[in-house]
Design a protein. Structure first.
Length: 115
């Protein structure tokens, strides 16, 4: 059974930084692509960032230059470093892992940016 468990969410003020993590069962290197989506209340789930097994990263335009995705294959963990946070970054953040055939999702972690 594949499990993805997010952690590190919370409430911060605008301009602050936060790092969220996703612990992945099995080896992260076995997944062709892993990444993060987010869903604000009343909105659809949108892509935030992805990283391939080869280390190639992509970002949504709204977070490019502020967020950094990475993964540590030795720890089977993926990270999203979020800097210069804005109120519009408020959402539930979900990590996912794609084997090339099937996607697996975590339960989500809430990030709230408010003064």
């Amino acid at each position: 059974q594949v499990q993805l468990v997010e952690s590190g969410g919370g409430s911060v003020q605008p301009g602050a930084s936060l790092r969220i993590s996703c612990a992945v069962s099995g080896s992260t290197s076995s997944y062709s692509r892993t990444g993060w989506y987010r869903q604000a209340r009343g909105s659809q789930r949108d892509l935030v960032a992805t990283i391939t097994s080869g280390g190639i990263t992509t970002y949504a335009g709204s977070v490019k230059g502020r967020f950094l995705i990475s993964r540590d294959n030795a720890k089977n963990t993926m990270y999203l470093q979020m800097n210069s946070l804005k109120p519009e970054d408020t959402a539930v953040y979900y990590c996912y892992a794609f084997t090339g055939v099937k996607s697996y999702w975590g339960q989500g972690t809430q990030v709230t940016v408010s003064s």
